[in-house]
Design a protein around this ligand. Structure first.
Ligand SMILES: NC(=O)c1ccc[n+]([C@@H]2O[C@H](COP(=O)([O-])OP(=O)(O)OC[C@H]3O[C@@H](n4cnc5c(N)ncnc54)[C@H](OP(=O)(O)O)[C@@H]3O)[C@@H](O)[C@H]2O)c1
Ligand SMILES: *[C@@H]1O[C@H](CO)[C@@H](O)[C@H](O)[C@H]1NC(C)=O
Ligand SMILES: *[C@@H]1O[C@H](CO)[C@@H](O)[C@H](O)[C@H]1NC(C)=O
Ligand SMILES: *[C@@H]1O[C@H](CO)[C@@H](O)[C@H](O)[C@H]1NC(C)=O
Ligand SMILES: *[C@@H]1O[C@H](CO)[C@@H](O)[C@H](O)[C@H]1NC(C)=O
Ligand SMILES: *[C@@H]1O[C@H](CO)[C@@H](O)[C@H](O)[C@H]1NC(C)=O
Length: 326
């Protein structure tokens, strides 16, 4: 009897949301639209700009260094699919809010209304927290956190006015999990999740979507630079995962953003971490929620083995260091 009552209550509880939230939103297109890529002169951002150009978008790349911008602009031009497409560049520091905002307005009058803004500007310096200078800490907070917040503040009024738009922020695997050597970088990237989740709720009624990309280690100039400051511990832990190509990360990022997915990730490790950390994050279909709920328990147990092995690496390195001192 109890069983039947449970069925009567629970089956509709599951089925109604499944039916209502099952339909994935149709994929949007950037063809003929204006896409702005901040950090589009290098690495993941440049690959995103190329994907957008291939799909027929007018693309504007933003970064500081003029030479790198010129070089990237030429490369992106070669991927255009029609002559009318415009590939533009703007040299501006995203930490300079006024200039960024003015330049957004200026480029809209030249090229057209911005439809999608992808912020890929960011950088990592690794190391134990006490080894950072105050200037380095400020630099990481400015570029990774404040820069993202400024780009959002500058673009949202334009998107809200037009009742359409796509915003992509770029986090990292360490947006969802802490790791040795990333105390400064990771805390800036964690902040982006709070920004993206709150923003998602604020702009949803205005037909604006928000995606938080969580790239794994990706073969870019930025990664080569970060590599130089990695402690042994960080290297040994990161080596357990592979190195993705910026092309694959960019393709997935654009596709996830156009289908309105909140998180964008690549590869099994990232799937595991993202699923484990879904928490109160937005979802696109109820089927996704059921899938996540089904695998969560098992993934938590698998994660324990990863954590044990990471801690072993740190312990070994620590013993090695103390031995050297004696
Ligand atoms: N590569 C990885 O393994 C990896 C993994 C996870 C997450 N990520 C994240 O993915 C994003 C892209 O990484 P990436 O490896 O492709 O980096 P990258 O190759 O170093 O490219 C960074 C881009 O951002 C621009 N930029 C940096 N600071 C800026 C500022 N203040 N204002 C305007 N533009 C700025 C750079 O140009 P200028 O220097 O000329 O300004 C460049 O175009 C970053 O947010 C990074 O944290 C990367
Ligand atoms: C654009 O950015 C540049 C460089 O930061 C700045 O000098 C300029 O005032 C900004 N505004 C416009 C409208 O170009
Ligand atoms: C893209 O560029 C073309 C060529 O100048 C222009 O006709 C079109 O209006 C632009 N569209 C958008 C949305 O920027
Ligand atoms: C929402 O935005 C999409 C493009 O992102 C557009 O095709 C659609 O018409 C918009 N819907 C409403 C109700 O404004
Ligand atoms: C990172 O550094 C290690 C040595 O410390 C090197 O073997 C590896 O090739 C480097 N990777 C990249 C992508 O620069
Ligand atoms: C331990 O220290 C030695 C000597 O400095 C070094 O060659 C080795 O790579 C270290 N091993 C680990 C696991 O850190």
């Amino acid at each position: 009897m109890l069983f039947i009552w449970l069925c009567i209550i629970f089956v509709p509880c599951i089925l109604i949301p499944v039916v209502v939230y099952l339909r994935p939103s149709p994929k949007k297109s950037v063809n003929g639209k204006h896409v702005v890529v901040i950090g589009g002169s290098s690495g993941i951002g440049k690959s995103v700009a190329i994907v957008a150009a291939k799909e027929g978008a007018n693309v504007t790349i933003i970064a500081r260094n003029v030479e790198k911008l010129n070089y990237a602009q030429k490369e992106i031009e070669s991927y255009k699919c029609c002559k009318e497409q415009i590939i533009s560049k703007i040299s501006v520091d995203i930490c300079d809010y006024e200039s960024l905002e003015q330049n957004f307005s200026k480029i809209e009058t030249i090229v057209g209304p911005i439809f999608m803004m992808v912020n890929c500007a960011g950088m990592a310096i690794c190391g134990e927290v006490e080894k950072f200078t105050l200037d380095e800490i400020k630099q990481l907070v400015d570029i990774n956190f404040l820069g993202s917040l400024y780009s959002v503040k500058a673009i949202v009024p334009k998107f809200k006015m037009r009742k359409e738009g796509i915003i992509v922020l770029t986090g990292s695997q360490v947006t969802l999990m802490g790791m040795y050597g990333y105390s400064v970088y990771s805390s800036c990237k964690f902040a982006l999740r709070g920004l993206a989740e709150s923003l998602y709720m604020e702009v949803k009624p205005y037909n604006i979507s928000v995606t938080l990309a969580l790239p794994p280690d990706t073969d870019t100039p930025g990664f080569a630079n970060e590599n130089k400051t990695k402690p042994t511990e960080t290297k040994l832990i990161s080596d357990t995962a592979g190195l993705a190509t910026p092309e694959n990360v960019a393709k997935k990022l654009v596709n996830d953003a156009l289908t309105g997915k909140f998180f964008s990730y690549v590869g099994f490790e990232s799937y595991m971490v993202t699923t484990l950390c879904t928490g109160m994050s937005p979802f696109s279909t109820f089927l996704d929620v059921i899938m996540e709920a089904t695998v969560l328990g098992l993934l938590r147990i698998i994660s324990a083995f990863y954590i044990i092995s990471f801690n072993k690496i740190v312990k070994k390195c620590h013993e090695n260091k103390t031995k050297k001192i004696m």
